[in-house]
Design a protein around this ligand. Structure first.
Ligand code: BGC
Ligand code: NOJ
Length: 805
């Protein structure tokens, strides 16, 4: 069953009912100011950091999973309703939501009054614009009252939800005509405030939640709205809000547009105040004046659309398969940008109050957006590298606001260092800009202690080599990519973190997965050394990677598939000798994509085992058989009921590894099937089973052994976006950035006769046409090319590339 439809022309997903299985959301914002917005107008906003600088409140774990955001109430003829259905819940005569790239439109109609609400964050601005148009479609005049409402968060989101003994006393606001300011804690150490404005005189306002809602009123039916009368309340402590009320009469056929601005401003310390106790409103006034007319707002929306046109224009295909095209051209790249901005911090599943930006996560996200915003990718690599320690290990996360390591998540995830090599190599392949290797980057954010990025990479590589276990495989530490395989954390304590209670430093538990990463990225590192380092380090790196490959073949092979790990007692994990968890997906995908076991035939055998044991119609499961009871020597993985999350769920992130592995091993049909099985656009008709948004990937789909097989969770913020884009663009379509230029390695399934693509690479537009003829050949600008690399042609801004396969 479908709840809407794709509109590829406008690059929108149109939703036809508020009653989607879960809130289906979108992201607004590009750099500083971000908002989440659901198909009913719920969500929340923050500046840079969803934990430390939250602007509006969101109630997690609510009954009715959607809440918050921008609330609008239309009161006409004794009835109240909301353009996006919530918060009022009044049934609408017509409803539609359109999620586009960086904007969302909610349209509702009741009794001949149509409301259209467009929400977006303009480029380079710290505000969300809400353009609300009311249109009287009847033959008689309408007297209307319009109420707005946002609820302020007292900045620090976890503190806001806990520290009531203090927070009920600190709330402060200022009111200046139609602009309602939130200035809690501005009197002391904060130099920032927020505001909510409308470009029309108001008939009333409220800034105190209780006054607005009434003692027993809720957001669905605030007392002030029910009675049609704002209280003009001035908050002092308790819960500050911002609500306007406006009155208007619309003649038959008449429309009227209001421009609301939810803004965030900072002042320099010496310029905080206009006068004693009165905040300096100059930046707010300037911001409001930039969005006070419809022309200004239209221009800002057009600029946003142009921005997305030019970004996505860097990689576009025409394949004849409309679902493939829409994912590659629009939604997959869009999701990559969202994960770039937010890592795993803020979604409807990630509260934004816990995790900052993951080291491993951000490095992998970069693989999916480096072709879109190479300059921002460069800065991101330097930011990430600066939380590394001198020995090459690293904090596991950092807070985007402070850019410092997050002590709560700690250190000791032993795959982390290698992801830095992965993302630096991706950047070098995309841009050829080796100057990044010479950038001075701090260790542990200490500006007085820096080394070149190259040296950071060297230490990443060294860290693995100096932390090997009894079989010569890398030690796993607290966990590797699989956060829940905690072989050194033996937890008995209810509620304790499985990952940070490292209490069993066995010095024995080893990871075959990290070994595979070491082979893959060790060779990338060797290539970087060969080009920009020295011969001795190149040799060392190559021979270490080659040696690790041998170790995997010797000690990481189980007979029909690759082992997952050795536990703290030297026991096998992911072996046919195990009672449960006999085969894991990660080493099968990663060993094969790293080229391990290709010659020996292990690669094919491992992929056959994946097909037989892990593959389902909804995707490839992480492991089987699922753990049916808690094993403290394995950790969190065995804490999940069978089929959920890491315990045998279809963890979408590592499905592309297997698909890439299939291209490496030479099976284009299975490679594409794996791509298709978890690809949201191909699952649109199954939205009642899949339940999350059909335009973006989710982290997990419940696996075959679960009670809810096929149901997805944790949409949006997942490494699946980046890895899938790497897979489909570089391995299936085969347009692959190389150190020396663009390479072409198409590996197409039989149903695709070819495709056309435009790919911007190092300032040149490559127009690629691939046709299936039965033999491989490339011509660049009419000239035959040997091999897969298109030799660069300096000075040419457009290249015509014809490929046959
Ligand atoms: C989840 C993992 C996640 C980890 C770290 C676990 O509970 O299952 O997917 O990576 O927490 O936040
Ligand atoms: C989600 C985390 O964000 C990611 O870093 C991890 O690799 C996966 N879960 C698997 O545990």
């Amino acid at each position: 069953m479908k709840y809407g439809a794709f509109d590829d022309k406008t690059r929108e997903y149109r939703i036809d009912t508020p009653a989607t299985p879960l809130p289906w959301i979108n992201y607004l914002g590009n750099d500083g100011f971000f908002s989440l917005i659901s198909n009913t107008g719920g969500g929340y906003s923050f500046f840079r950091d969803a934990k430390l600088r939250r602007i509006t409140r969101y109630r997690y774990n609510n009954a009715g999973p959607d809440d918050g955001g921008r609330r609008y109430y239309i009161r006409e003829g004794g009835e109240i309703w909301s353009p996006g259905f919530l918060p009022c819940r009044t049934p609408l005569d017509r409803y539609q939501c359109r999620h586009g790239l960086g904007y969302t439109v909610l349209e509702g109609e009741k009794n001949g009054l149509a409301a259209s609400l467009t929400c977006f964050v303009p480029l380079g601005e710290a505000c969300e614009i809400n353009r609300l148009t009311l249109h009287n479609r009847t033959g008689s005049p309408k007297n209307i009252q319009l109420f707005s409402a946002v609820e302020w968060c007292l900045w620090n989101a976890p503190d806001d939800a806990q520290n009531f003994q203090r927070n009920y006393n600190t709330g402060e606001v200022e009111i200046d005509g139609s602009v309602l300011y939130h200035k809690t804690e501005y009197r002391e150490r904060r130099n920032h405030y927020a505001f909510f404005s409308v470009n029309a005189p108001v008939s009333g306002f409220d800034t105190d939640r209780e006054a607005f809602l009434g003692r027993f009123g809720g957001w669905d039916a605030p007392a002030a709205v029910i009675e049609g009368k704002s209280r003009n309340s001035v908050a002092s402590g308790w819960s500050p809000i911002a609500s306007h009320s406006l009155e208007l009469t619309l003649a038959p056929g008449e429309s009227r547009t209001f421009l609301f601005v939810l803004g965030y401003c900072e002042n320099p310390e010496e310029d905080k105040w206009e006068q004693r106790g009165v905040i300096n409103k100059a930046p707010a006034r300037a911001m409001i004046s930039r969005f006070s007319t419809e022309e200004q707002v239209r221009a800002a929306l057009d600029a946003l659309k142009d921005y997305w046109d030019s970004l996505l224009g860097r990689f576009q295909i025409e394949s004849g398969d409309e679902r493939l095209d829409r994912m590659v051209n629009i939604w997959n790249q869009y999701q990559c940008m969202v994960t770039f901005n937010l890592s795993r911090s803020a979604s409807y599943f990630e509260s934004g109050t816990g995790r900052g930006m993951g080291f491993r996560d951000s490095c992998q996200d970069l693989l999916g957006f480096v072709h879109l915003v190479p300059d921002r990718a460069r800065q991101r690599i330097l930011d990430i590298a600066s939380i590394q320690f001198e020995d090459g290990s690293t904090w596991h996360q950092y807070q985007p606001l402070t850019r410092r390591g997050n002590a709560d998540a700690g250190t000791g995830f032993n795959d982390d260092p290698l992801w830095l090599i992965a993302c630096a190599a991706a950047y070098l392949r995309e841009t050829g800009d080796s100057s990044i290797l010479r950038e001075q980057v701090p260790f542990d954010s200490n500006p007085n202690h820096t080394q070149s990025l190259f040296e950071h990479l060297r230490r990443s590589f060294r860290y693995i080599l100096t932390h090997l276990g009894p079989h010569g495989l890398p030690l796993i530490g607290r966990a590797d990519w699989n956060d829940c395989l905690n072989l050194n954390c033996f937890s008995d304590e209810p509620g304790e973190s499985f990952q940070t209670c490292a209490n069993f430093e066995s010095g024995k538990a080893e990871s075959v997965f990290i070994a595979a990463m070491f082979v893959k990225y060790g060779r990338e590192y060797a290539e970087i050394c060969r080009r920009w380092g020295n011969a001795e380090e190149t040799e060392k790196a190559l021979s270490a990677a080659n040696e690790m490959e041998q170790v995997v073949l010797r000690s990481g092979w189980d007979g029909e598939w690759f082992l997952r790990a050795y536990d703290a007692f030297g026991g096998k994990v992911g072996s046919r000798e195990c009672e449960e968890g006999q085969i894991y997906i990660e080493p099968q995908g990663f060993c094969v994509l790293a080229g391990i076991g290709l010659k020996e035939g292990y690669a094919k055998t491992a992929l056959e085992s994946v097909k037989k044991q892990l593959t389902t119609k909804f995707g490839t499961c992480l492991l089987t058989p699922c753990y049916t009871s808690y094993h403290k020597e394995l950790g969190e993985i065995s804490s999940y009921p069978p089929g959920f999350k890491e315990n045998g769920g279809i963890f979408c992130h590592n499905n592309p590894w297997v698909s890439i592995a299939e291209t490496v091993a030479g099976d284009p049909e299975e490679a594409f099937e794996i791509y298709r099985r978890t690809c949201p656009a191909y699952l649109e008709e199954l939205s009642d089973i899949h339940r999350t948004e059909p335009y973006v990937y989710s982290q997990m789909i419940a696996g075959m052994e679960s009670t809810r097989f096929g149901e997805a969770k944790n949409s949006w913020l997942t490494g699946t976006a980046a890895w899938t884009f790497v897979n489909v663009s570089q391995y299936i379509l085969g347009i692959r950035p190389g150190f020396d230029g663009l390479e072409l390695w198409p590996c197409l399934p039989a149903f695709l006769p070819g495709y056309r693509a435009v790919r911007l690479f190092r300032g040149t537009e490559y127009r690629v046409s691939v046709k299936r003829t039965g033999g491989f050949s490339i011509r660049a600008d009419g000239q035959p090319v040997e091999g897969h690399l298109i030799p660069p042609a300096p000075g040419k801004s457009v290249r015509e590339i014809e490929v046959t396969v």
